[in-house]
Design a protein around this ligand. Structure first.
Ligand SMILES: [Zn+2]
Ligand SMILES: [Zn+2]
Length: 189
């Protein structure tokens, strides 16, 4: 997120703080939506929770911010986005748990979603913004294209290669808020 907070929240040093842009989505995410599969499926480790999304996915975004590092237990988060209209939980909806971290500057809060039984990260559904953010490791079919870009690269751990994505931003991506609007169906226009 990007959690949505990576797209929309302005807190400093975290997933957030992006500014609006007029750059088309295709350019923003490097050309950039995978339309080859009509419906994507995925789930958690214990398989209590399953989901599907009948929408194109963006290319992968990698975030190195401190909150993603904690919430995913790795050096970074690797996620894709889709419009939330085509997303549904197909099993285990009751086990889907969301945690909103304390605000650092302004809304929306950094949100992490996980399975209450096994703790696996799960997609973060933001119907309020019209998109869902999906950790790539939850997908049954792993995306085969490299990440489009990485954000908060200034927080990248030293054990990672210097470059993990085509483009790198020290903080938030400058145009990602626009990505969210594109995914939401340009409803702001
Ligand atoms: Zn589970
Ligand atoms: Zn992050």
């Amino acid at each position: 997120m990007t959690h949505p907070q990576r797209l929309l929240g302005p807190s400093r040093g975290e997933c957030s703080g992006r500014t609006a842009s007029r750059t088309p989505l295709a350019r923003e995410v490097g050309g950039a939506i995978d339309r080859r599969v009509a419906t994507h499926t995925g789930g958690c480790l214990c398989e209590a929770v399953r989901f599907e999304v009948a929408e194109p996915l963006t290319r992968i975004e990698v975030c190195h911010c401190s909150r993603c590092r904690r919430s995913y237990g790795v050096g970074f988060a690797a996620t894709v986005y889709a419009r939330s209209a085509g997303f549904s939980w197909t099993r285990g909806r009751d086990a889907v748990t969301a945690y909103d971290a304390p605000l650092r500057t302004s809304p929306p809060a950094y949100r992490h979603t996980f399975c209450a039984r096994c703790g696996s990260p799960l997609p973060i559904v933001r119907d309020d913004f019209g998109f869902v953010e999906i950790p790539v490791g939850t997908l049954d079919r792993t995306p085969d294209r490299p990440p489009a870009y990485e954000i908060f690269a200034r927080s990248k751990p030293p054990w990672l290669p210097a470059s993990v994505a085509g483009r790198s931003f020290d903080a938030a991506a400058p145009r990602a808020e626009h990505v969210a609007r594109e995914l939401a169906g340009k409803r702001d226009r």
